[in-house]
Design a binder for this molecule. Structure first.
Ligand SMILES: Cc1ncc(COP(=O)(O)O)c(C=O)c1O
Length: 473
């Protein structure tokens, strides 16, 4: 009886039959959203209603209809009216590589379980390292998301820079990192996980354009040192999340060098610009960093989650999790490169290298240039449309595909404007034709768009603005 059930689970015949059907249905889903602009982007339901639906479905729903229900009830990233979070519409080829990863399930941490992915990770990160401008000592790996990659890089930084061996001995010494107040919240979370506490996160205010005010670095650093904090790292954002504005990576690099700090660049969003002939200047100065994080599932068309973490000196990353203090620093950069689990948080991870490798092999690196450059062009174009429209106001002129703006009206005060913009966003969500998000900057409520679909056009955007003018009432 049990073995019959298990035979059914592993039936290759039903896998093939269901699989063919599934690919057809998913292909139709892409066509409907991507090519025909049909259907809603989001079919909004209150959380309690969703919970009730799925509870009931588990008991009474038709298993044959699971895919239809999942499609109907999720948010459609392939739709050009999806202009919301920084998550890519996955390139279909990476949906296929996800299937390969799932069926092979080779966990990658040790060479025997990563005989294809460990070499692929090395090749991919060598390419990124070359683009960053690192030398021969560089190395890197792939890991599960920007959050984890930033934490890993900061752990490496602590190991490399702090005078005591905290990994093995613990610490009571106050330690600190420097970061812009606009950096992604995961940097602060990483610092807190590392026990740095509130005082150990030295937040640098931003300038009017929301980039780190580097003129304050000296003063804030010296204050921290006077307060007994051993500052070991500084983080640049390329760009920061809310506004898509890039920090001045060159100036931060010079500062890091002066005080011998570890220089980490969180390029989770903008790292793909390494491939853009038009916009790579925004990353100018990145070659002076010690480590860089680049998300594949943001600006490189891959499914979540896959992140490259690249180090200027790979030996430092060999030491991150080493139980014996620093012994690996004696080793060459090549030491054990094929057992990536020694350098990653994960023990088992999915075969994410397949996404990067298949995109590169099938379309060449120009595919990353085409995608990221188009999206940045669109962000700047949509910014101009907002600027030309007196009923709207930008938070800052966009440098990227992230755009924050709001509806404005001379006759009401700031509080009322905040309420109007909060309501606009809520009505857009309930309507579902477009999906955008929101953010608060210096106490002001903004509508926030990230253009992730290269086929979102100015016409879509103008239609969104027209719709907002109707919904504001
Ligand atoms: C600049 C930046 N860093 C890190 C992250 C976190 O990345 P992940 O969602 O891959 O953990 C984000 C996510 O939006 C981000 O924008």
């Amino acid at each position: 009886m049990n073995s019959d059930l298990l035979r059914k689970v592993y039936s290759s015949e039903s896998f093939k039959k269901n699989g063919h059907q599934l690919i057809d249905q998913l292909g139709d889903h892409i066509a409907q959203a991507f090519d025909q602009n049909r259907g809603k982007v989001i079919n909004w339901k209150e959380p309690s209603a969703s919970l009730e639906f799925w509870r009931d479905y588990l008991n009474h729903g038709d298993s044959e209809l699971l895919l239809q229900e999942a499609l109907k009830r999720s948010t459609h990233l392939h739709h050009p009216k999806y202009i919301a979070h920084q998550v890519a519409p996955a390139a279909p080829i990476t949906v296929l590589t996800s299937m390969i990863s799932a069926i092979l399930n080779n966990g990658t941490a040790v060479y025997e379980m990563g005989m294809i992915t460990n070499p692929m990770e090395r090749i991919i990160t060598e390419l990124l390292s070359e683009k960053i401008g690192y030398g021969v000592q560089s190395s890197g790996f792939l890991t599960s998301g920007g959050t984890l990659a930033n934490l890993t890089a900061l752990l490496t930084a602590r190991k490399a820079k702090v005078s005591i061996d905290i990994w093995n001995q613990g610490h009571s010494k106050p330690l600190g990192i420097i970061v812009s107040e606009e950096a992604h919240y995961c940097v602060e979370r990483a610092a807190k996980i590392m026990g740095l506490g509130e005082q150990g996160i030295i937040k640098i205010p931003v300038k009017a354009d929301f980039s780190m005010d580097t003129s304050l670095l000296e003063k804030r650093y010296k204050e921290a040192v006077l307060n007994g904090i051993e500052v070991f790292a500084i983080v640049g954002s390329a760009p920061s999340t809310a506004t898509g504005v890039f920090d001045d990576l060159k100036t931060i690099g010079v500062f890091a060098q002066k005080y011998k700090l570890w220089y980490h660049v969180d390029a989770a969003h903008g790292g793909a610009l390494l491939f853009s002939s038009k916009y790579k200047g925004l990353l100018s100065g990145i070659s002076a960093s010690d480590s860089v994080v680049i998300d594949g599932h943001k600006m490189m068309m891959m499914p979540g989650i896959t992140t490259a973490l690249v180090y200027r000196d790979g030996r430092t990353s060999n030491a991150t999790f080493s139980q014996k203090a620093d012994y690996l620093l004696e080793d060459s950069v090549d030491a054990d490169w094929y057992n990536s689990g020694k350098r990653t948080f994960e023990c088992t991870k999915n075969m994410m290298a397949l996404h990067w490798f298949s995109l590169l092999k099938t379309y060449g690196e120009d595919v990353f240039d085409a995608y990221v450059t188009t999206l940045f062009d669109r962000g700047i174009e949509f910014g101009k449309i907002v600027e030309e429209n007196p009923e709207f106001e930008l938070a800052v002129r966009p440098m990227s595909n992230i755009l924050c703006f709001r509806y404005v009206n001379d006759h009401v005060d700031e509080d009322a404007l905040n309420t109007i913009n909060i309501n606009i966003r809520r009505k857009l969500l309930e309507d579902g034709e477009f999906y955008i998000v929101q953010t608060k900057l210096r106490g002001v409520h903004y509508l926030r768009c990230t253009i992730m679909n290269p086929f979102t056009t100015a016409e879509h955007f103008k239609h969104l603005l027209a719709k907002i003018l109707i919904l504001k009432n």
